[in-house]
Design a protein around this ligand. Sequence first.
Ligand SMILES: [Zn+2]
Length: 63
Amino acid sequence: MTTTTGDSRVSEAVACALCGTTTDDVPLTWVSSVERGRTVYYCDRCARDNLRSIEARLDSSWW
Ligand SMILES: [Zn+2]
């Protein structure tokens, strides 16, 4: 039996939007951000460095 129905796990490669680091599974330390309808990811290092600018961008573009 190789039924995978019901398990909606997505094994899509994800790349950091800033440094380009790729990963098969998004670690919990990575940050996902929805920008203009697209989901972008930042690795833990970039997220830490850019967390404030990311939040500021979200705030400014939200309204
Ligand atoms: Zn990065």
